[in-house]
Design a protein around this ligand. Structure first.
Ligand SMILES: CC(C)(COP(=O)([O-])OP(=O)([O-])OC[C@H]1O[C@@H](n2cnc3c(N)ncnc32)[C@H](O)[C@@H]1OP(=O)([O-])[O-])[C@@H](O)C(=O)NCCC(=O)NCCSC(=O)C[C@@](C)(O)CC(=O)[O-]
Ligand SMILES: NC(=O)C1=CN([C@@H]2O[C@H](COP(=O)(O)OP(=O)(O)OC[C@H]3O[C@@H](n4cnc5c(N)ncnc54)[C@H](OP(=O)(O)O)[C@@H]3O)[C@@H](O)[C@H]2O)C=CC1
Length: 429
């Protein structure tokens, strides 16, 4: 990939943007056609993906630009309905690339399958028995999905937990078997579920209990992606605010979020503003990522900030984000939806790990974009200026009138549908 820094990309007509992208990402004719096709997800394909299909629901697909991660350039496809998200991510990526770019990494890539056992006559004895049969259980799990073992993955370890051991617990004791499974480049839900379902009869026999649930855990805390950036304050100067003031405001905003769940939820929503669009564009399961991310934000016993912002000894702003990121670069609907195939080609990633690193980086950038605006001019100026186009459309503006009405709304500092309707009616007379 040549540079992802394309100044003024947003001022070019859409056709020109597509041409630039096709050249940059070496898209072939089919991939380029998917972007400009009126029906990127053919109805016949959609009809086979879910049930009771009556159509498709398109979202705008934008490009997060300027991303430099671990020294590699990334153009990031983002499918999202909310104005200013893509602009904000690109804005921060532009600043961070001047500071050397983001660094990102993933830990081990292991997913968890859970098997719930109730009514075992002796949970401790059943636990010991399961642990003593570890090799046999792992082998049986792998026999249920041999192709993932051939790819270098499969069931690697197990753990047994007894829940509700305390005598004052509200619920009865139960045993939970965790199978740790390397799903290679797949998110792995179906692989894991196949494995744990196949183990259920053996587990019942060993424990003499009843198995109810056999399903993966979306709390993928052994599949963590981390992103980091270090920004000298002079790069943060915004309007009248000095870089130091912006830096201190961002650190204080983090401390606010980490001290108060009312703020943490909004702060974290701003992070998911960056994460979800990439998860969606690449055909991944955003409910799984959302559920895991929020649970991880509560791992210390309280719901806090997903990101951490601090100042290092040289006065730089340091940002860190660490989240479970159980995404795949294959499997699920990824190979089915033509748009997600094209999105992965644009990203030019070689593995699920690399995809997870890009996604968590966009989340970090998005958080800083929002915080930088919030601690300086406020969110309305930048966000509402871009939202004004949607307001104009909602009020009935079409074609060239959209930008004209949007500009009038900004000039009159009244970005609301009622005002836009007045302007549209006046313009139509
Ligand atoms: C909107 C900006 C970026 C303007 O910020 P700005 O300083 O006016 O931007 P700029 O004109 O100096 O441009 C800087 C770069 O930003 C990008 N950029 C700039 N404009 C565009 C555009 N039109 N289209 C595409 N990209 C754009 C582009 O990369 C550009 O570089 P260039 O290519 O020109 O060299 C800034 O005001 C901002 O980041 N605001 C925050 C927006 C935001 O966070 N939106 C999310 C919605 S609000 C929300 O849901 C979450 C929240 C806020 O509640 C979370 C929380 O509370 O924590
Ligand atoms: N709680 C949850 O989150 C749940 C989610 N789901 C859904 O499950 C889906 C994801 O399941 P998943 O198991 O990932 O998808 P798949 O069932 O599509 O499995 C992935 C397939 O990809 C193939 N593959 C090709 N190359 C690789 C590679 N390098 N690494 C790994 N696999 C490779 C494997 O085929 P082979 O090896 O056979 O060639 C494997 O069968 C998502 O759609 C999700 O929404 C379903 C249930 C619950």
């Amino acid at each position: 990939m040549k540079s992802s820094r394309i100044p003024g990309f947003y001022n070019k007509p859409m056709e020109e943007r597509r041409e630039l992208l096709a050249e940059l990402a070496a898209l072939n004719e089919t991939e380029t056609a998917v972007l400009s096709s009126g029906e990127p997800l053919p109805a016949a394909t959609a009809d086979k993906m879910i049930e009771n299909v009556i159509g498709t629901f398109p979202l705008p697909l934008g490009l997060g630009l300027n991303f430099l991660i671990n020294g590699k350039e990334y153009v990031v496809p983002m499918a999202v309905e909310e104005p200013s998200v893509v602009a904000s991510a690109s804005h921060i990526a532009k600043i961070v690339r001047s500071a050397g770019g983001f660094t990102a990494e993933t830990t081990e890539r292991v997913m968890i399958g859970q098997i719930q056992v109730v009514g075992a006559p002796d949970n401790q004895a059943a636990k010991e028995e399961l642990l003593s049969k570890k090799e046999m259980l792992l082998q049986s799990a792998n026999d249920a999905y041999p192709s993932i073992v051939k790819r270098g993955g499969g069931a690697e370890d197990l753990e047994v937990r007894v829940l509700n051991e305390e005598s004052d617990s509200m619920y009865g004791q139960m045993l939970v078997l965790h199978i740790y499974i390397n799903t290679c480049d797949a998110m792995g839900a179906n692989i894991i579920n196949t494995m744990v379902e196949s183990l259920a009869p053996i587990v019942e026999e060993v424990t003499k209990g009843k198995v109810y649930l056999r399903i993966l855990s979306n709390y993928a805390d052994k599949c963590i992606a981390k992103a980091r950036c270090v920004i000298p304050p002079h790069l943060l100067k915004t309007g009248e605010s000095s870089g130091e003031d912006v830096r201190d405001g961002v650190v204080s905003a983090f401390q606010f979020a980490d001290s108060d769940p009312y703020r943490a939820v909004t702060h974290n929503k701003g992070i998911m503003n960056g994460i979800d669009p990439v998860v969606i564009a690449t055909g991944n399961d955003w409910r799984a990522v959302e559920a895991g991310a929020h649970a991880y934000a509560a791992r210390n016993g309280y719901y806090g900030s997903m990101t951490k912002w601090s100042t290092d000894r040289n006065g730089n702003l340091v940002g860190e984000l660490e989240l479970p990121m159980a995404v795949g670069s294959v499997g699920g609907s990824i190979g089915v939806h033509p748009m997600s195939k094209t999105a992965l080609k644009i990203l030019d990633i070689g593995s699920a790990r690399e995809l997870a690193e890009v996604i968590v980086t966009v989340g970090l950038a998005q958080n800083l974009g929002a915080l930088k605006a919030l601690v300086t001019e406020g969110i309305q100026k930048g966000h509402m200026a871009l939202h004004s186009r949607s307001v104009a459309i909602a009020a009935g503006a079409t074609g060239e009138m959209i930008d004209v009405i949007a500009e009038q709304l900004i000039q009159e500092n009244e970005i609301r549908v009622g005002k836009a309707k007045e302007l549209v009616e006046k313009a139509k007379k």
